[in-house]
Design a protein around this ligand. Sequence first.
Ligand code: PEP
Ligand code: MG
Length: 591
Amino acid sequence: MVSNIKNSKGKEILLYGIPASPGISHGPVFRFLHGEVEVVQYEVGEDDHDSEIERFLEALKETENQIKQVRKDVAKNLGEREAAIFDAHLLVLEDKALIDDVVNEIKKSGDNVEQCVYRVTQKYLDFFNQLEDEYLRERAADLKDITRRLLMNLVGATAAGTAFLGEPRILVSEDLSPSDTASLDRSKILGIATDTGGRTSHAVIMARASSVPAVVGLRGLTEKLEEGDHLLIDGFEGVAIINPCESTLFRYGKVGLRRKKIKDLLEEEASLPSETQDGHKIMLYANADSIEEVKHGIANGCEGVGLFRTESIFLKKNDIPSEDEQYEEYSGMVKAANSNTVTIRTLDLGGDKNLNKNPNYQELNPFMGFRAIRYCLRNPDIFLTQLRAILRASAHGSTRIMFPMISGIGEVIRAKEFLFTAKRQLREKRIDFDENISIGCMIETPSAVIISDMLAEEVDFFSVGTNDLVQYLLAVDRINNQIAYLYEPHHPAVIRALKQIFKISREKKVPATVCGEIAGDPHFLPLLLGLGVDYLSASSSLLPELKFFARRFSMQEALQITKKVESLKRPSEIKQVLNQFYADRISELES
Ligand code: PEP
Ligand code: MG
């Protein structure tokens, strides 16, 4: 539902979206142009012209190297014909007229190089865009792509987009990719609001992990915003308010105070055991992607890391990190876990998580495409490098390794063969690692659920990725907000699938952890326990509430509510029952 009021500067506009990361934020807006760079303008003194020109030439070189690498990757993955597209990009970079124009613009205007590159390329683009000739218009697309890359390199790829944020602001974008999120400077971001996206898109999961309030699926938001607007976002209820008036700010100030009171209440119980009223123990792990998050998880009472999404370090670097770089990260996490177990998941690139370096390689169905274990098995160098780095980290403390997006037994067997090779390579070099490292696989595809008994013969543990399992079981793209209403973790099919996994897990003595977003949603807790799971892994900021709630019902009640849920047919009814039970038990938080 979207308000129809038009923004006539200063007027309050209310929009409803999907609550994605809890918290309330208010501040000036920063428009993040997806994958693009805000081009700032400032004057440089005459003495600095040479250094600006030097920066330009260096950025040209860096861009050329990146394109050559992309060309190589595309040639390997897609073929020489597709790779030839990038020859045109390389030609643009060598275009003498264009280079001379930028250099002259720097000297003539006295402006910074980013602004000069933008101005000159814009002039060329305007010219190309007027032409009838289709071939030349395509050259305009090449030039646009190259310009974006060049500007990214000029402002520094790691801080792309927010390098010039200045004061902290609410970041607004049509959509946000995980690599965009990974490269944001979090200290400058008060909150995130996007037109598209769903609760389990990876950009949102990352926002939640760093406790940045977020609302997604706010259709039409970016169109309604005007220069200088302020935005308030309520990540609890999924609301965004453009230019909130005084009374709205006052009301939200009160909401903020109430939330603070709740936080204090949760903290009071943070060090109590995580168990139900009748003493049934629940193992709470943290989903953590950085050493900071591990420390935060330990402070919030987690008993280890249940999911470390290693792709986060690839996305931050926007490239493939070396074995040593990965080892630094993994061993740092293992050490920070204080003798608790860290579960490291091998690379899950693909789907909505891609390195920006390859924007021209697009799949029609990325979530069902060249992703996760499929990508690793076809890229032995990348996979072996990562496996060696994880194994080396295992010398520093309890470590488990797990493979994502398994859809058949062959993938697990081949992944284990790679692990065997990585171990042999380390042994040959007399490098220490845990010979008995536990091996697990994600259960997140329907086929993995159906053959979980077979998979149990090959692995030591399961980790249930409900974010993907819901999308694949229900055939609902997890990041498409047009169909977000169909993305229903409360669907009976999901509940039956979970029941089946936990049954096999018990029979085969292969412990299962739930690490998708429902694990951190307290409303699901009695149902998950009633279905038979005892291990949950969630963003560490969500653990105190899980624990608080668990201590307010018994296992017998969990079983009763599960039975009731299993008799219901509609997701909405199931949701209603779980929400009501939760509301009854934690009424003290609401008062
Ligand atoms: C999942 O699918 O539930 C999961 C934990 O993995 P990701 O969200 O990274 O796909
Ligand atoms: Mg997944």
